[in-house]
Design a protein around this ligand. Structure first.
Ligand code: IFM
Length: 452
């Protein structure tokens, strides 16, 4: 790690952490919570490594007060969590389940009492199973159900929440969930999954309107982004990288920010666009947002492969250290990505929050009980500097929220990838702040002291 002092961030900069409901809460059958697609998917043999499930996860549903105490020790100013739709509407429609909303109400109040601003995400992948049974995000109706749910959540909480995030990483839902089937709901529709993109976008637009009608102050949306690097300088690989860039970085963001889809011809979509688009949809989708949430983990390297069912194939990136997941560690990719968004959208780019960035490390407590996760410290240090570089170059970034507060259920990888600043022993649920927790706390503290 470099000895050069960390650059100064603006005094108003938000430092935070992020989590999501299914990954930490557990308590899947309590207080009237309904089933989500992830409960179902976890029961599918072979879907999740070692047959792990989110049934108990990090037991945050019962240990939330202890977790908030840890957050206040950390000194963060914002906490991005997600609201579990199946807790609020067990069937995905109809009146609110009061007990479900009570949980987030208590959480919100306790966060505020601890000086931490709540930043909820409404959909971090846990679609109520009854809605999936009616078509899930392949069905237009789901967008309307999402708006109803957003309205119910906001009626209860909007008076205390400055910024709401509608969707988390819709590109991952479309690709992993509906095209490739490696995430819930496990569909393998390949390019036929594209309507899920439009229906999530519509859901975002309708939910944004419902949130504002219920008094929400700010609305944002979060996606996962990766700079697209051609594997070689041959033209076919450049075209592959271009196609990936369109799918991963522009399929959602162009409609939100520009009110139009990018050219999807590489994906078999003609000039008239997706059949599921109706008149007026793009106006709903492109209603102005207050911020864009950017999740960054690594770049992607693409090659053309004639035998691939997609117009690109992902290739390994050599020459960089990797995380425990095997993801290349490329901090400069964050600077590159933010500059790309800045150039691409110009005045149409709202203020950006880095709503996720972090790494998995094989960390376990040592003989003295401490967890010395130096690789994570190096990762965070380098990415925060890379973020500062982008801001110096003119990108308006207002906050950085690391993934994740604590070790959690990493989807198809079960409990094998530890992303937390806090170690969780999943057998005892004991929390142990790692060395990175102390590093992040000291970094935030130094920024605050410098601000005076
Ligand atoms: O754990 C996930 C999170 O749910 C969404 N973004 C990426 C993280 C790490 O894979």
């Amino acid at each position: 790690m470099t000895e050069i002092p960390m650059p100064r961030f603006p005094d108003s900069f938000t430092w935070g952490v992020a989590t999501s409901a299914y990954q930490i809460e557990g308590a899947v059958a309590e207080d009237g919570r309904g089933e989500s697609v992830w409960d179902t998917f976890c029961r599918k043999p072979g879907a999740i490594r070692d047959g792990d499930t989110g049934e108990s996860a990090a037991d945050h549903y019962h240990r939330w007060l202890e977790d908030i105490d840890l957050m206040t020790d950390l000194g963060i100013s914002a906490y991005r969590f997600s609201i579990a739709w199946p807790r609020v509407q067990p069937d995905g429609k109809g009146p609110a389940n009061r007990a479900g909303l009570d949980f987030y109400d208590r959480l919100t109040d306790a966060l505020l009492a601890g000086g931490v601003t709540p930043m909820p995400t409404l959909f971090h992948w846990d679609l109520p199973q009854p809605l999936e049974d009616e078509g899930g995000w392949m069905a237009r109706e789901t967008a309307h159900r999402f708006a109803d749910y957003a309205g119910l959540a906001a009626e209860r909480l909007a008076d205390r929440i400055p910024l709401w995030i509608t969707l988390n990483e819709p590109i991952v839902v479309t690709t992993y969930g509906y095209a490739l089937g490696v995430h819930a709901p496990g569909k393998t529709l390949m390019l036929d999954a594209l309507p899920t993109a439009h229906h999530q976008l519509l859901g975002h637009g309708l939910a944004a309107a419902a949130l504002r009608a219920a008094g929400a102050a700010g609305v944002a949306i979060t996606n996962n982004y990766s700079p697209a690097w051609p594997a070689t300088n041959i033209e076919a690989d450049a075209a592959a990288a271009h196609a990936y860039d369109i799918l991963h970085n522009r399929l959602f963001t162009d409609p939100w920010l520009l009110g139009r889809y990018p050219d999807l011809s590489a994906f078999g979509v003609g000039e008239d666009g997706l059949d599921c688009i109706r008149d007026g949809d793009l106006e709903i989708i492109a209603a102005p947002v207050d911020a864009l949430g950017v999740n960054y983990y690594s770049p992607a390297r693409l090659a053309a492969r004639p035998d691939s069912p997609l117009p690109f194939q992902l290739e390994p990136i050599a020459g960089y250290p990797v995380t425990a997941f095997g993801w290349p560690i490329v901090p400069a990719g964050l600077t590159e990505l933010l500059s790309l968004l800045h150039e691409r959208y110009g005045e149409d780019l709202p203020p950006v929050y880095i709503t996720e960035n972090g790494c998995s490390v094989d960390d376990e407590p040592g003989p003295d009980g401490t967890v010395d996760d130096q690789p994570r410290i190096r990762y965070l240090d380098a990415h925060i500097r890379a973020l500062s570089d982008a801001m110096t170059a003119g990108v308006d970034v207002r906050g950085y929220l690391t993934w994740s507060l604590m070790d959690n259920f990493e989807w198809a990888e079960g409990y094998h990838q530890r992303f937390g600043l806090i170690h969780v022993d999943f057998a005892t649920q004991q929390r142990t702040p790692k060395a990175s927790f102390g590093w992040y706390r000291d970094m935030i503290d130094a920024q605050r002291s410098a601000a005076g």
